[in-house]
Ligand binder design. Structure first.
Ligand code: FAD
Ligand code: NAP
Length: 313
């Protein structure tokens, strides 16, 4: 059976695309998710800018009802990684990590992005043993202890605020003396007593022993260094686009991307390939917000419905 629509990725964009395609009348729609549905926001300790949702709520809380809502309208969830999407004639092939291949009339790619590694010595060696990219997941291990946070964006500052509630002290290490995070978040960080700003500094090395991390050495722009004795280092230095499913056997991409690897789309979320749509953080000029990813997913779904209608009728 050829699917009406295959949705790759089960974050806010994919789940919303799933809701709108099924509720909008497409019969056979499968959403493929390699991890847990919900996407990156499930790693966030708080979300306060999703419209209509007030009070203290974690990303996990926000996303919990989304899969069930889509399933009610017939969305099939397949918990498997997709390795490649290709197209021959009017039919897309969805290559699955378990070796099977599904076929679909349309595809919405919503694979989002993944945390980037900062690239300092010891980062890979101690990843998962003191170096983390998720405060909600790992912050509790450092209750009553000191930690370092690397980065100057919204994620780093918001997660530093979260960790400051659990840990005795947070060293916020940033390579410049001004932050790219929202001004209100910067103000909150500056007003938090147990956050020490370590500015104009880059991580040089994380070191430790068989038990895990014992410290972080940072290097300042004047080349001086400082040892920060902490058992935990959280890095929030941006994200890379997950565009791997679009890579073809010959190494080319299925559709057009910009030089940052983001999928080029129009206002209907159409890519350069008919029947292929992209939504959420992986597209050009994505505002990287849950509400925007969800909006993209809805637009892509409506476009996919029109495309499949025209193709089959
Ligand atoms: P993602 O959420 O990245 O979801 C993509 C999904 O695709 C993932 O579940 C992934 O497992 C899956 N996937 C990837 N590749 C494959 C594959 N090959 N096969 C199958 N599945 C695959 N936004 C806000 O609006 N407010 C906030 O307060 C906020 N806080 C944030 C805090 C943190 C710590 C982080 C990391 C992000 C935050 N964001 C916030 C940004 C927000 O999470 C993203 O903009 C949003 O999740 C993007 O949704 P998406 O569906 O495009 O992608
Ligand atoms: P980001 O905005 O790209 O910030 C990455 C930070 O890491 C920057 O401060 C950067 O420094 C620093 N950095 C990058 N590489 C580094 C390296 N190798 N070593 C040391 N520092 C390094 O990433 P983000 O904070 O994850 O945010 C991603 C997107 O999601 C943004 O659009 C953001 O607005 C959005 N987001 C929004 C919310 C919210 O709305 N509440 C919350 C989280 C994320 P420079 O500043 O010097 O470049």
């Amino acid at each position: 059976m050829t699917l009406d629509c295959a949705i790759i990725g089960g974050g806010p964009a994919g789940l919303t695309a799933g809701l709108y395609t099924t509720r909008g009348g497409l019969e056979n729609v499968t959403m493929y998710e390699k991890g847990m549905p919900g996407g990156q926001i499930t790693q966030s300790s708080e979300i306060e800018n999703y419209p209509g949702v007030t009070g203290d709520i974690t990303g996990m809380d926000l996303m919990k009802p989304w899969p069930e809502q889509c399933q009610k309208f017939g969305l099939k969830h397949d918990m498997v990684e997709v390795t490649r999407v290709s197209k021959e004639g009017d039919v897309f092939s969805i290559y699955r990590g378990d070796g099977n291949v599904d076929q679909a009339h349309s595809v919405i790619v919503c694979t989002g992005s993944s945390p980037r590694r900062a690239g300092f010595k010891g980062e890979d060696q101690f990843f998962g043993k003191g170096v983390s990219t998720c405060a909600t997941c790992d912050g509790f291990f450092y209750k009553g202890k000191e930690v370092a946070v690397i980065g100057g964006g919204d994620t780093a500052l918001e997660e530093a605020l979260y960790l400051a509630k659990i840990c005795t002290k947070v060293y916020l290490v940033h390579r410049r003396d001004s932050f790219r995070a929202a001004p209100n978040t910067v103000k909150r960080v500056e007003a938090t007593q147990n956050i020490e700003l370590v500015l104009n500094a880059v991580p040089d090395e994380v070191y430790g022993d068989a038990m895990g991390v014992t410290g972080l050495r940072v290097k300042f722009s004047d080349t001086s260094t400082r040892e920060i004795e902490v058992p935990g280092v959280f890095t929030f230095v941006g994200n890379d686009v997950n565009n791997q499913v679009l890579i073809q056997e010959d190494g080319s991409f299925l559709c057009e991307l910009n030089n940052q690897g983001q999928v080029i789309i129009d206002l209907s979320m159409k890519t350069s390939v008919a029947g292929l749509f992209a939504a959420g953080d992986m597209r050009i000029e994505a505002p990287k917000q849950v509400v925007c990813a969800a909006g993209d997913g809805a637009v892509a779904a409506l476009s996919a419905i029109s495309y499949v209608d025209a193709l089959l009728n």
